[in-house]
Write a protein that binds this ligand. Structure first.
Ligand code: A2R
Length: 320
């Protein structure tokens, strides 16, 4: 019988995924950076990597793993992986698109609603007894009938637009290329921000989107504007965001992602007009299971047919 390929599972994976991987592979588990480095110092012949959380996988890692043929990433965003370099070396990279769309759409709406209807401070008002001493909580702003600027109109962005339409939104969007949709494409991001009540960021991370949301964009969004970031922390210039919120040039923000996770700037933690989440956009039991299943299915498909089911765009050609 042929030897089973060795998969390096990097990150704190759950027993369910590790068990599934073990059905077809010899599994080496590196739950943290230390154990990963120990394995890379003297690696066996590893053919596959399953990333169970975001790890930097680039040429330096590929150099140590000459037998590496495939990386199956847990998540649709793969900015931690140098996919161009991987493709150059004949290493296939797969990710988990689509199965998390609905969950991230829900998280986006939840954040927007929480910010606009001031869920956290009003809940505190109720819990602390302020209602009894000071009376009714001040009125908040509805999310209905707003102009919504979506930065990135891909699988998830389209889902957000669809949901926002149910709230009577007018949809504007900014992408590098116009899409075949009924919404209005805005090539100028500052102009779009100036016309939007809420700006929702849902692009990939990486060099091409780094600090796309900068001071001019935040200023254009303005004192009544809301920024929602469910993409990657790097897409927003966090220092500019803090400054805009501190000076009242920006109204409010809902953030699921940060530039230096898990660190969040202290200034943001003290602001009542900001809702902070610990990168939980897709983090329901059901969706994380679906993502884990796709991580395993991509590897199984590769082991059986030499191809993955959901390659990243950089590897589509390589995947045949
Ligand atoms: O620019 P286009 O035409 O390639 O449209 C894509 C847009 N996008 C950008 N928009 C403006 N400036 C850029 N530099 C830029 N780069 C990409 O983002 C497209 O409309 C959208 C990405 O859509 P998908 O590839 O379908 O990604 P999906 O599944 O919606 O997920 C988006 C991101 C993930 O990469 C994670 O970072 C996060 O959501 O969970």
């Amino acid at each position: 019988m042929a030897e089973r390929p060795v998969v390096l599972a990097v990150g704190p994976g759950d027993d369910r995924i590790l068990g599934k991987l073990a059905e077809g592979f010899e599994v080496l588990h590196a739950p943290d950076r230390g154990s990963m480095e120990a394995i890379l110092a003297d690696p066996p012949d590893i053919q596959a990597i399953a990333t169970l959380w975001q790890w930097r996988l680039d040429g330096a890692v590929f150099d140590k793993l000459p037998g590496l043929k495939v990386i199956s990433n847990f998540g649709v965003g793969y900015d931690a992986i140098d996919a161009v370099e991987a493709a150059k070396r004949g290493i296939l990279v797969a990710h988990t698109p689509d199965v998390l769309n609905d969950e991230v759409v829900d998280t986006t709406l939840m954040l927007w609603m929480a910010v606009s209807r001031e869920l956290i401070p009003s809940e505190r008002w109720a819990r602390s007894g302020t209602w009894e001493t000071k009376g009714a909580y001040p009125l908040t702003r509805s999310i209905r009938n707003r102009t919504v600027g979506i930065v990135g109109l891909g699988r998830i962005g389209l889902g957000i637009a669809e949901m926002a339409m149910r709230y009577g939104s007018t949809i504007l969007y900014h992408t590098r290329t116009p899409k075949d949709v009924e919404y209005t494409h805005c090539p100028d991001l500052v102009e779009m921000a100036a016309s939007s009540d809420v700006l929702i960021v849902i692009t990939p991370g990486g060099a091409s989107t780094r600090h796309l949301i900068n001071a001019p964009v935040l200023n254009a969004l303005g004192p009544d504007g809301i920024l929602i970031n469910v993409a990657r922390g790097t897409v927003v210039d966090e220092a500019a965001l803090v400054a805009a919120l501190e000076t009242g040039r920006l109204g409010a923000a809902g953030l699921d992602v940060f530039e230096d996770e898990p660190k969040i700037p202290d200034a943001l933690k003290t602001m009542d007009n900001v809702v902070l989440l610990p990168h939980v956009g897709s983090a329901s039991v059901e969706t994380r299971q679906a993502m884990g299943d796709l991580v395993c299915e991509n590897l199984t498909h590769w082991a059986e047919q030499g191809r993955v089911l959901t390659p990243v765009p950089e590897c589509k050609e390589l995947n045949g």
